[in-house]
Design a protein around this ligand. Structure first.
Ligand code: J76
Length: 283
């Protein structure tokens, strides 16, 4: 996409595990679009920067202040939840997940969100200036939400983090990390033979790896003809912020010759990668 302005959401995730009345842990991580920018591990007092540009345009003092707020929050949150668990007779173990963040739009506009999941299901959001139950949240939550909404100081802090701190951080990160976000990395591709799906049948595998960004098109072809039986795996992350995909085709052993794997990716500028199955390698 050349020239067209686009938006990159900034997402902060919190994963809190409550194993029993005494064992808990909370980890945090932040992503700008597809790239992880920050990590905040359970025992650690400081937010870890994963990119050279993870400071964005925040001053060291602003990071200090933010780390302090989050440190207080983490211990208060853990204590609150343990109290809610008693009050609402919630049975251990359970998991809480928070997803909060923002996205800046052209002009000065931005949109923020904060959602909480209990045991993997969305139960609470922060909307405007209040905590609100999710549309079909269980009734027992209303007592917790009522309690949460009594703390005006916390509501004001959440509101300012979402409407001021988040967009400021996100736009600074976007500016500093733009070239990495918008980079194009070409895939490498190779073919192999998978486990035989049956007698006289072959599984042809086409591996595509090392590409960025994530959208990719890979198909087994016979000449110009797509093979609709092509099976596409999940796009999996490599450790270096690039992606991997495996695409397979089951064929009769005699029909493998003449097949090829075609890869289309934005980094290739229309020059698709085409690999031909070498009939002599198998059957
Ligand atoms: C998601 C980011 C939120 C950052 C907010 C930080 C504010 C904070 O740390 N509040 C705690 C301390 O509050 C005291 O001190 C403040 C100044 O530091 C203010 O003066 C405030 O008025 C004062 O009370 C406060 O203890 C909060 O309650 C911490 C936890 C907030 C929270 O997220 N709770 C929460 C959210 C969702 C609890 C439960 C759910 C879901 C229900 C799950 C049911 C089991």
């Amino acid at each position: 996409q050349t020239g067209s302005p686009r938006n990159f959401p900034f997402r902060c995730l919190q994963i809190s595990s409550f194993a029993n009345t005494t064992w808990t842990r909370t980890d945090g991580l932040a992503w700008l679009w597809e790239l992880q920018t920050h990590a905040w591990r359970n025992g650690s007092d400081s937010i870890h920067f994963l990119k050279p540009w993870s400071r964005g345009n925040f001053s060291p003092q602003q990071w200090e202040d933010l780390q302090h707020i989050l440190g207080v929050y983490r211990s208060s949150f853990t204590r609150d939840i343990q109290e809610f668990a008693i009050m609402l007779s919630k049975v251990y173990p359970f998991e809480l997940q928070l997803s909060a963040g923002c996205e800046a739009y052209p002009g000065n506009a931005s949109e923020s969100f904060l959602h909480v999941a209990f045991q993997g299901t969305h139960v609470v959001s922060f909307q405007g200036t209040y905590w609100e139950p999710a549309p079909d949240a269980p009734l027992w939550l209303n007592r917790a939400i009522e309690e949460l909404n009594k703390d005006q100081g916390t509501r004001e802090m959440v509101q300012s983090l979402l409407s001021d701190t988040c967009p400021q951080l996100a736009s600074g990160l976007l500016e500093a990390g733009k070239s990495e976000l918008e980079q194009q990395v070409k895939p490498k591709a190779w073919l192999s033979q998978g486990p035989s799906p049956g007698s006289d049948r072959l599984q042809l595998e086409c591996h595509v790896s090392g590409f960025y960004p994530k959208p990719v098109w890979v198909m087994w072809m016979r000449g110009e003809q797509d093979q609709p039986e092509t099976q596409r795996g999940d796009v999996l992350p490599n450790a270096d912020d690039t992606w991997y995909l495996r695409v397979t085709l089951d064929v009769a052993a005699g029909e493998a010759a003449g097949l090829s794997c075609r890869v289309k990716h934005s980094s290739l500028g229309g020059q698709d990668i085409v690999l031909h199955w070498d009939g002599s390698r198998s059957s």
